[in-house]
Design a protein. Structure first.
Length: 102
């Protein structure tokens, strides 16, 4: 049985699942992180990135979520900045030739 694809409503649970108790975020921040994750994923899909294919999607969403959370822990709270950073991170570390960072 194949796992079901993630639905948009799963984003909040996804972010919470990667969060550790000692690094808990305020509810408002969690909402920003969830929206940033969803926007980043949509941009990756629109770019045609092979990383969004079903075979990679769960792992890559986790990579994106963890990057967004890491940057939030470092003080980045702006949704647009989080999305831009996550896209640049994926382009620099996972895409071999990509138009993601443009």
């Amino acid at each position: 049985m194949r796992p079901r694809p993630l639905q948009t409503g799963d984003t909040m649970a996804e972010v919470l699942g990667f969060s550790r108790r000692e690094n808990a975020f305020a509810p408002e921040t969690i909402e920003i992180l969830a929206v940033a994750l969803e926007e980043t994923w949509e941009q990756l899909q629109k770019s045609g990135s092979g990383l969004t294919r079903p075979a990679y999607s769960r792992v890559m969403r986790e990579v994106v979520a963890r990057r967004i959370m890491e940057m939030a822990q470092r003080g980045m709270q702006d949704r647009e900045a989080l999305v831009t950073d996550a896209i640049q991170f994926i382009a620099a570390n996972y895409e071999q030739s990509s138009d993601l960072s443009t």
